[in-house]
Design a protein around this ligand. Structure first.
Ligand code: T3D
Length: 263
């Protein structure tokens, strides 16, 4: 029986998701994308899960599209790449961005093409020192997808984004951190513990406020200052009515650690 292309378990309030096609550097075939879409939809709905941890099995994070599957498809006739991107990759980006809980991505090795941009759709990206990021699309005559052309200029500015997308060169993890592409780098042997501990800690935090913070960050890329100030006021109105706010203030006054329930 074929191994599952996505491994999934729930522990300590964290949904742990592993891309699991290590022989092909966890590259995406259609089945893996559809399976990941289904898991992300379930995790979105499950209020007992308050953080997500995403990583890859073996020595890579994800090498983007499975080029073996692509070659087989091309042999059998014309391929609608637009439809594939709409059906297989765009839903993943939107699910991660709209996930009402924080997503920590542990990039354990090379992240190429759609794999790089899948990582960049997560909220906090931690990479192993030996990991790298690669906008590989141009090397095979494609354009960036999976949100790359949207997120890269916003993270690193248009000059660096242009170089990354037009040259398709490998960017080592340390350089990715220096440019502001990712949150941080750590030794490979410490990646799992560092990223997992962060996800587990986030799962004890005021999840509702975290989800509103994610929405504020997303909206800030489009909004004027006036619009953003108004949105902050609106969301503060919502957060201020949450049970976690009441608990946070009570715990502060009682000089103890808060016990947040995520509502
Ligand atoms: O229809 C659609 O889906 C359109 C959407 C497209 C989105 C995209 O993501 S386009 C970009 C596709 N990805 C790439 O072009 C990356 C291709 N891979 C590489 O450039 C390199 O493999 C890496 C830089 C990622 C890693 O290099 P390295 O030297 O560490 O490993 P390697 O030796 O090249 O690869 C190891 C094995 O994985 C090898 O198989 P083998 O020889 O051991 O049997 C290799 O063929 C396989 N592999 C690596 N990447 C892919 C792959 N197999 C299938 N698809 C891959 N993307």
């Amino acid at each position: 029986m074929a191994a599952a292309s996505i491994l999934y378990e729930a522990r300590q309030g964290v949904a742990r998701i592993t891309l699991n096609r290590p022989d092909v550097l966890n590259s995406f075939n259609a089945a893996m994308s559809l399976s990941l879409q289904q898991i992300l939809a379930e995790v979105t709905r499950d209020v007992s899960l308050r953080a997500v941890y995403l990583t890859g099995a073996g020595r890579a994070f994800c090498a983007g599209q499975d080029l073996g599957e692509a070659a087989a498809r091309e042999d059998s006739g014309i391929v609608d790449f637009g439809a594939r991107v709409r059906n297989l990759y765009n839903p993943l980006v939107l699910a991660l961005r709209r996930m009402p809980k924080p997503v920590v991505c542990a990039v354990n090795g090379v992240a190429a093409g759609a794999g790089a941009n899948l990582a960049l759709a997560c909220d906090l990206v931690i990479a192993a020192e030996e990991a790298s990021f690669l906008q590989a699309f141009v090397k095979i005559g494609l354009v960036p997808d999976t949100g790359g052309s949207w997120v890269l200029p916003r993270l690193v500015g248009s000059a660096q984004a242009a170089a990354l997308m037009l040259l398709g060169e490998k960017l080592p993890a340390a350089k990715a951190q220096e440019l502001g592409l990712i949150y941080k780098v750590c030794p490979g042997a410490e990646l799992e513990t560092t990223a997992w501990d962060l996800a587990a800690q986030l799962a004890t935090q005021p999840t509702y406020a975290l989800s509103l913070i994610k929405q504020l960050l997303a909206a800030s890329t489009q909004n004027s200052l006036e619009q953003q100030l108004e949105l902050e006021a609106e969301y503060q109105g919502l957060a201020g009515r949450s049970e976690d706010y009441a608990e946070g203030v009570k715990a502060f006054l009682e000089k103890r650690k808060p016990s947040f329930i995520g509502k």
